[in-house]
Design a protein around this ligand. Structure first.
Ligand code: URA
Length: 246
C-alpha cells in the first residue's frame, strides 16, 4: 500500500494533504517489532500496513485498518456531533479519528450507543458499521453493567421488582434487570441486556426511586480499566475485542 494511502486511511487528511506531509519530511515509519523510525520522503513508497507505526509530525500512530477504542466518558459531555449544551465526546479524540474515511458504512469513529449527558464511564467507539450493528442488536443481549446512585434508600422490594420486570411508558412488555445488587443503601449495581432510551433512569423511576449518579463500568466481559481517567481514550487490544463477542 502506498504511504500516502496509509496516511489517508488513518484520517490524516486528503490524499493531497497526506502526500504533502510525506514530501515535507514530516512522516517517519517503523514496524512494531522495535525498529528505529525511518524518514520517508516518497509519498508513493510501498509499505505493508500490518504492524506498521507511523510518526506524523512527531506523534506516533499505530496503523489500524478499522478503529476500535474505549473512552472514559466524563460527565457533562454529549454523545453527539452537534451537542446542544455540553461539549461533544468527539472533541476528546484526536482529529484523525474523526476524519477517517469511510470503510464500513461509517465515516470517522462513532459511539456504539449513547450515554446521557450526566452519565460517566465506558463508551466504545469504532468505524466498523457491522460491529456497531452487532453490539446494538437486541438479539445479542450484550450485558452492560451500571453503578447507580439513588436518592431514596433502597429496599428489597425495589430490587425484586427490577429483577422481576417493570413496564416503561413506551412498551407494554416489561423490562427486567439481568442482575441487581445493592452495594449500600443508596448505591446499586445493575446489569441490563437491552438498551432502551434512558433505561436505567426510567426503571428506577418505575420502582419509586430516582437516579442521582450513573456510571457504566462494564460492557460484555470488558471492564473500564482503573488506569483510564475520565476524558481519556485508548485503542482496544485484540483480547479485549474478544471479550465483546456475543
Ligand atoms: N440508562 C440511562 O438512563 N442513561 C444512560 O446513560 C444509560 C443507560
Amino acid at each position: 500500500m502506498q504511504l500516502q494511502d496509509i496516511l489517508y486511511s488513518q484520517g490524516f487528511g486528503t490524499r493531497r494533504v497526506c502526500a504533502g506531509l510525506i514530501q515535507q519530511g514530516l512522516v517517519q515509519v517503523y514496524q512494531e517489532s522495535g525498529a528505529m523510525p525511518v524518514l520517508v520522503h516518497d509519498s508513493a513508497a510501498e509499505l505493508s500496513p500490518a504492524g506498521l507505526r507511523i510518526r506524523v509530525q512527531g506523534v506516533d500512530w499505530p496503523y489500524h485498518r478499522l478503529a476500535y477504542l474505549m473512552l472514559h466518558k466524563p460527565g457533562a459531555t454529549e454523545c453527539s456531533h452537534r451537542p446542544s449544551t455540553y461539549p461533544s465526546i468527539y472533541s476528546l479524540l484526536p482529529s484523525a479519528l474523526r476524519l477517517r474515511p469511510q470503510k464500513s458504512a461509517v465515516q470517522g469513529v462513532q459511539a456504539v450507543g449513547r450515554l446521557d449527558q450526566d452519565t460517566t464511564g465506558l463508551l466504545l467507539l469504532t468505524d466498523d458499521g457491522q460491529f456497531i450493528h452487532r453490539m446494538s442488536s437486541p438479539r445479542h443481549h450484550i450485558p452492560k453493567v451500571y453503578e447507580v446512585g439513588v436518592r431514596h434508600p433502597l429496599d428489597a422490594g425495589q430490587l425484586s421488582r427490577l429483577l422481576a420486570g417493570v413496564v416503561l411508558d413506551d412498551d407494554p412488555a416489561p423490562v427486567r434487570a439481568a442482575a441487581c445488587e445493592a452495594l449500600n443503601e443508596h448505591q446499586l449495581r445493575l446489569t441490563l441486556t437491552q438498551g432502551k432510551y434512558h433505561q436505567v433512569k426510567r426503571m428506577l423511576a418505575a420502582v419509586g426511586n430516582r437516579v442521582e449518579t450513573l456510571h457504566r463500568s462494564q460492557i460484555g466481559g470488558l471492564s473500564l480499566p482503573d488506569d483510564l481517567p475520565p476524558g481519556a481514550w485508548r485503542w482496544l487490544r485484540p483480547a479485549e475485542l474478544g471479550l465483546l463477542q456475543p
